[in-house]
Design a protein around this ligand. Structure first.
Ligand code: AMP
Ligand code: TRP
Length: 482
């Protein structure tokens, strides 16, 4: 089927692109919905109906529902039902992956599709979607165009991912390996929301000018890492007031004792002469971030696990008091790479805020500087390249960095460097890191020039659309009048 439609589209000189789909999504009617997550308005399902006048194909935007009365009227038929699997088979089709052209049927397109200059659709092959301009289809299918849908919320998927990073300090390869890369891997499935949490950043002192710069920088880093605004939602936390508003309500249900148990607060406040109430309270704001979107999964490093559990506890508490309101999220911690360690003290996590610049490889480090940092990284006694955190944390950390960036398994690396010394191994690690940084920075330099503001504005609008009904539901339940 895929080849057949490719032929039709090429013959008609129509621009299109095949988009590979991950295998595990298999073929089910919701494949494209899931795949496109937030971009349901970019999905175009093709539904085959059996009517008293034969088969018809109805094409609608994924965020809308067919009104069968209207469709009957437009098609001039008295009888209309969705084709059975058997009938689809006879047409050489499978449910959920019906292609947008090449079917022996009459085509109908809903007007709302044309608000988009491209949409994603099935191809008949469960491993590929197709991206094209619906206007072109209208021509080749000789479609009848009309209004036969009603708008539906675009949130259909069951997996909802939310995560965020603060736009403060400089992001490093630990953030990339432990967080960003995991996000990118997951974004083809479900609704994925990635926030730039500027309201969290001001829990410690920030220079306003630098905070503004860092906010754009982080947006560009998200994109350079591979977060695709067509698939995922990217926005700045302070652009959606619902976060602070839900945070306030949750504040009134979190107990002091519960908050005093947060270990990160203890670490971050230790030895400081000024500690803001915001720093103490920020896990509640974070709970609001997560609960607002019916989040099911929160991919974070292990330092955030306790905060996600707090979100769960608060969600559960309110559900108990007011009835089912929040979905309870779970933290998703990567099996490996969740803790990249400092190059200077490999028993400490690599961190944005390390005073020693040589401890951390920043994503925007000059590659030559990064190379020097690797070459001067602390190693252990002995001279064997062995993955052994207990006795060789320095070498183990470098092995892990190499493995995560290059894709080799730990075993393969140990074998490869069996007869090599530390210096030779470090040179290879440095090469891998330098190549990674060069590639990453080339992408970064490209996206920093693009219209980031527009992407962020768009994201915030969509985020608000998703979160606001939840906030209003909570307001109503606690007794606020509307
Ligand atoms: P932070 O740098 O603390 O703002 O954290 C941003 C995200 O990166 C969080 O999800 C952290 O868990 C993750 N992260 C921070 N440092 C590391 C590290 N050294 N290794 C792996 N993940 C990290
Ligand atoms: N607290 C997280 C950090 O400091 C950032 C964050 C804020 C977050 N809100 C979130 C992470 C919601 C996941 C989900 O790294």
């Amino acid at each position: 089927m895929k080849d057949k439609i490719e032929k039709i589209l090429l013959e008609n000189k129509i621009q299109f692109e095949f988009i590979p789909l991950p295998e595990e999504l298999a073929s089910d009617v919701k494949v494209h919905m899931k795949f496109h997550g937030n971009s349901m308005d970019r999905a175009m399902p093709n539904i085959v109906f059996k009517t008293n006048k034969g088969f018809i194909v109805a094409q609608r935007r994924g965020d809308t529902k067919i009104d069968s009365k209207k469709l009957k009227k437009l098609a001039g038929v008295s009888d209309l039902r969705v084709a059975t699997e058997e009938e689809l088979k006879d047409l050489n089709l499978a449910p959920g992956i019906v292609p947008p052209t090449g079917i022996d049927a009459t085509y109908f397109m809903d007007n709302k599709i044309f608000e988009k200059d491209f949409v994603y659709s099935g191809t008949g092959d469960k491993l590929f979607a197709i991206k094209l301009n619906p206007i072109d289809l209208k021509e080749i299918n000789k479609s009848t165009v009309g209004d036969f849908t009603t708008q539906e919320d675009f949130q259909v998927s069951n997996k909802i991912v939310f995560s965020g990073i603060q736009p403060s300090g400089n992001l490093h390869i630990g953030n990339y390996i432990g967080s960003l890369r995991q996000w990118v891997k997951g974004q083809d499935n479900g609704l994925n929301i990635f926030c730039i949490v500027d309201m969290h950043a001001i829990t410690v002192a920030q220079d306003p000018k630098i905070l503004r710069e860092k906010t754009f920088e982080l947006a560009a880093i998200y994109l350079a890492a591979g977060i695709d605004p067509e698939k995922s939602l990217i926005f700045v936390q302070s652009h959606n007031p619902d976060h602070a508003n839900l945070g306030w309500v949750l504040n009134c249900f979190a107990s002091m004792g519960q908050m005093q148990r947060m270990t990160q607060y203890k670490d971050k406040s230790e030895g400081k002469d000024f500690v803001s109430v915001g720093l103490f309270d920020y896990p509640v704001l974070m709970a609001g971030d997560i609960l607002l979107y019916d989040t099911t999964e929160v991919p974070v490093g292990d330092d955030q696990k306790q905060h996600v559990e707090l979100a769960r506890d608060l969600g559960e508490k309110l559900n108990g008091k007011f009835g089912e309101t929040f979905v309870l999220p779970k933290p998703v911690i990567p099996a490996t790479g969740g803790r990249i360690m400092s190059l200077i003290d490999p028993t400490k996590k690599m961190s944005k805020s390390d005073a020693n610049q040589n401890a951390t490889i920043y994503l925007l480090d000059e590659p030559e500087i990064a190379k020097k940092k690797i070459m001067s990284a602390t190693t252990d006694s002995g001279n064997e390249i062995k993955y052994d955190w207990e006795n060789k944390p320095g070498i183990s950390n470098l092995i892990e960095i190499y493995s995560e960036l290059e894709g080799n398994s730990i075993k393969e690396i140990e074998q490869k460097f069996e007869n090599k010394n530390y210096k030779e191994f470090k040179e290879s690690v440095a090469e891998v890191v330098v190549n990674f940084l060069k590639d990453f920075q080339a992408k970064y330099n490209k996206v920093i020039e693009s219209d980031l503001k527009k992407i962020l504005d768009d994201g915030a609008q969509k985020a608000y659309k998703l979160s606001h009904p939840k906030l209003l539901e909570v307001y109503r339940k606690v007794g606020f009048i509307n």
